[in-house]
Design a protein around this ligand. Structure first.
Ligand code: NAP
Ligand code: BGC
Ligand code: ZN
Length: 354
C-alpha cells in the first residue's frame, strides 16, 4: 500500500510502498480517508522533534487522521464506522500508570510513543491498525473534516487545564490572545471567540494574508509581532486574561507573563527546542507572584478531549472549515501538502473518500 514517510537518509517526505498492516487482537483495520499536516510534522521532518521506530529505517508520518473501519476484527467496532485515532500508545510490550488511568497525555517522555511523531509509524498510509479504545467514532457527516478533531482536542485539553487553575476564585475573564496563526492557533481563536468578549491573534505577516482574513472574519484583532511585541500588549491593546501560545517561538513563553492581566493564565503549547536569550528573571518571577498569574505547559490529549473536539468541530461554521483547509493533495502529489507557502493554512493528504 501507499504510505508517506521520512527515511533516515532521506530529505523531506517520500511516497513509500509498504505492506498493509494486519490487525492484532483488540485492534481494528482502518481505511484512511484524510490525514492533516501540522507544524509538528515539519519539526519531525526537520529532525528537531520525535524520531523513527527503533527497528525501522523509516517512519510513516501523520497523526491527524480520519478513516473508516474496514475490519472491526471483533474489537467492538463495526465496519463502515468513521473514526479518528488518538496519538499516544504504550511503548512496545510495556504499560504504565498513565495508560492504566486512561491519561496517556500526562505520561512523561520515555513512557509513551506517538504515532507519526515519536518512535511509532503514523497514519499517513492507505490503511492503519489501532486498538479499538484509541479509535473515537465520529458522525459520517464530519468525515471530510475529521482530521481536525486531533488538533481541536489539543486546544480542548489546554483550555481545560488552563481554566481549571482559575477555579478557586471568581475569575471573570474578558479577553484572550492566541499567539500563532497556524491551524492550531486559528481553530483555538474560533473556540475562544465563543467564551471571551475580545480576542487577539499574533502573527508576523503582511496583509493580504488568508490567516489574517480569518482573524478579521472572526472579529479578532490582528497583532503583528514585528510591530508590537507580545509583552507590549498591555500598552498597545490591553492586558489579556488568557494567552494561548501556539508558535514554538520560545521568547513568547516569557513575554506571555507580561501580556497577562492580573490573575490571568497562559497556556504554552509550542515545542521550540534549545533557544538561549536574555531575560529579566526577577521581573518574571515577581510578576507571576504579585499578580497571581499562572503559566501552564500542555501537550497531547486523550479520548475525552477527542470527544469534546467532535462536538466543537460539529459547531464550527462551514465557511471557516472551507477557508482553513486550503490544500487537499493526493499521495502521488504529496509535496503540495508540505510546501512552505503562506497561502496554505491546513494541508491534508487524501487517500480515499467515504
Ligand atoms: P504552524 O502551522 O507551524 O503555525 C505556527 C504559527 O506561528 C505560524 O503561523 C507562524 O507564522 C507563527 N509564528 C511563529 N513565530 C512567530 C512569531 N515570532 N510571531 C508571530 N507568529 C509566529 O504550527 P501549528 O500546527 O499551528 O502548531 C503551532 C505550534 O504548536 C507548533 O510549535 C507545534 O509543534 C505545536 N503543537 C503543540 C501541540 C501540543 O500538544 N503541545 C500540539 C500541536 C502543535 P509564519 O507562518 O508566518 O512563520
Ligand atoms: C500532536 C500531539 C503531540 C505533540 C508532541 C502535536 O503536534 O498533535 O498529539 O503530543 O505534537 O509530539
Ligand atoms: Zn499535531
Amino acid at each position: 500500500m501507499k504510505a508517506i514517510g521520512v527515511t533516515r537518509e532521506g530529505e523531506g517526505v517520500e511516497l513509500l510502498e509498504v505492506d498493509r498492516p494486519a490487525p492484532a487482537e483488540g485492534e481494528a483495520l482502518v481505511r484512511t480517508l484524510r490525514v492533516g499536516v501540522d507544524g509538528t510534522d515539519h519539526e519531525v521532518i526537520a529532525g528537531s522533534h520525535g524520531g523513527s521506530p527503533q527497528d525501522s529505517d523509516y517512519m510513516i508520518l501523520g497523526h491527524e487522521a480520519v478513516g473508516v473501519v474496514e475490519d472491526g476484527n471483533g474489537s467492538g467496532l463495526e465496519a463502515g464506522q468513521v473514526v479518528v485515532p488518538t496519538v499516544r500508545r504504550k511503548p512496545d510490550g510495556e504499560t504504565n500508570e498513565y495508560f492504566r488511568r486512561g491519561e496517556p497525555d500526562m505520561a512523561p517522555s520515555g513512557e509513551y510513543v506517538e504515532r507519526g511523531i515519536v518512535g511509532e509509524h503514523g497514519f499517513m498510509a492507505e490503511y492503519f491498525t489501532s486498538p479499538a479504545d484509541t479509535l473515537v467514532p465520529i458522525p459520517d457527516h464530519l468525515a471530510d473534516q475529521g482530521m481536525l478533531v486531533e488538533p481541536i482536542s489539543i486546544a480542548e485539553k489546554a483550555n481545560e487545564h488552563a481554566f481549571s487553575t482559575r477555579e478557586p476564585f471568581e475569575w471573570r475573564p474578558e479577553s484572550a490572545c492566541v499567539l500563532g496563526n497556524g491551524t492550531l492557533g486559528l481553530l483555538t481563536l474560533w473556540m475562544l471567540g465563543r467564551e471571551f468578549d475580545r480576542t487577539y491573534c499574533v502573527g508576523r505577516r503582511d496583509r493580504p494574508d488568508p490567516t489574517i482574513d480569518v482573524m478579521d472574519e472572526l472579529g479578532a484583532t490582528y497583532v503583528d509581532s514585528r510591530e508590537t511585541s507580545v509583552e507590549e500588549m498591555p500598552d498597545a491593546h490591553e492586558a489579556v486574561d488568557y494567552v494561548f501560545e501556539a508558535t514554538g517561538y520560545a521568547p513568547h513563553a516569557v513575554q506571555t507573563v507580561h501580556a497577562l492581566a492580573p490573575n490571568g493564565v497562559g497556556a504554552l503549547l509550542g515545542i521550540p527546542g534549545s533557544w538561549e536569550f536574555e531575560i529579566d528573571g526577577g521581573a518574571v518571577h515577581e510578576e507571576i507572584v504579585l499578580h497571581n498569574k499562572c503559566l501552564i505547559g500542555t501537550v497531547n490529549s486523550h479520548v475525552k478531549h477527542f470527544e469534546a473536539a467532535v462536538e466543537t468541530l460539529d459547531a464550527m461554521p462551514s465557511w471557516l472549515l472551507e477557508e482553513l483547509v486550503t490544500t487537499v493533495a493526493t499521495p502521488e502529489a504529496v509535496d503540495q501538502a508540505f510546501e512552505d507557502d503562506n497561502d496554505q493554512i491546513k494541508a491534508v493528504v487524501e487517500f480515499d473518500t467515504l
